[in-house]
Design a protein around this ligand. Structure first.
Ligand code: KMH
Ligand code: ZN
Length: 276
């Protein structure tokens, strides 16, 4: 098995300070939080930008500031920006973050219900995201909320917009999309083309059981406040780093080593580039 890649999704677009008092919001807070998670063992930071009042933003300037502040700390974590943004962001707003030149970015491979909203990803927009990431040499992480999104991805491979092997992230347990049972995870993993890598981001109570299964199955794990704000039922997590530390402990107990960012780059086929 490859070493374990831990992604931390520190902020997201939906969680508020009222729900999780330790949510990082400003570029300084996000950079410090990512730095603490990197020290704890995370090798990818999945980042959403916010305005100082907490409103989600896809401003390329804010994303660039977050990246700069992370790198100023001497932190070599893989920086992954969200092209998903918030459900109400326009496609034009969402794609902007690619101009801030991250090493990786998310690419949601289809539309789904998302709580009381709809997370819209038209075929045309998905193609545009894939095309732009290809031009810029940004490694996509394919976000899968529903099984049909794997087929959508393979259509883009046929069109030459994406190249195998790809890295997938199964986001499971979003109200309105696929649930996060172990059966769901096994079903999705079996559908992937050979040689692809995957991680799982279980939402809320799905986070820990799915992470534990991913660790022993040879997959990778995403944790963080974007997906889950609790340490256990009824107890808020103290920090994103606390959630990362628990995954590191569990992985070590079952003999799965933790990937450094450079080891994660090698697993995912990412070339380190100046300024990223
Ligand atoms: N905030 C969700 C609507 C991504 O980061 O690419 C979309 C999302 C996916 O979080
Ligand atoms: Zn996200």
């Amino acid at each position: 098995m490859d070493k374990l890649i831990i992604t931390v999704a520190v902020t997201g677009a939906e969680v508020t300070r009222e729900q999780q008092p330790n949510l990082p919001i400003t570029p300084d807070e996000i950079a410090e939080d990512v730095y603490q998670c990197w020290k704890a063992g995370a090798s990818i930071a999945h980042i959403h930008a916010r305005l100082p009042d907490g409103t989600p933003t896809q401003s390329k300037e804010v994303y660039a500031e977050i990246k700069r502040k992370i790198r100023e700390k001497g932190c070599d974590i893989i920086i992954q920006f969200s092209t998903g943004g918030a459900v109400w962001h326009s496609p034009e707003e969402r794609i902007q973050c690619l101009d801030a030149e991250p090493e990786m970015a998310t690419l949601s491979a289809g539309s789904c219900n998302f709580g009381d909203d709809v997370f819209m990803n038209s075929p045309k927009f998905i193609e545009l995201l894939a095309q732009r990431m290809k031009e810029k040499g940004i490694k996509p992480e394919i976000e899968i909320f529903e099984p049909g999104m794997i087929e959508n991805t393979l259509r883009l491979v046929k069109k030459g917009l994406l190249e195998l092997p790809l890295h997938f992230d199964f986001v499971l347990g979003v109200p309105g999309a696929m649930t996060g049972t172990i059966d769901d995870l096994l079903f999705l993993v079996r559908k992937l083309p050979a040689g692809c890598t995957w991680s799982v981001a279980g939402i809320g109570r799905y986070e820990l059981p799915l992470a534990v299964h991913a660790i022993v199955m040879g997959g990778h794990v995403r944790v963080g406040f974007e997906d889950n704000i609790y340490y256990r039922k009824g107890e808020l997590a103290k920090s994103n780093a606390q959630l990362v530390e628990r995954i590191v402990r569990i992985a070590k107990e079952v003999g799965r080593e933790i990937a450094t960012p450079d080891e994660a780059r090698a697993i995912l086929g990412i070339q380190k580039r100046e300024g990223r």
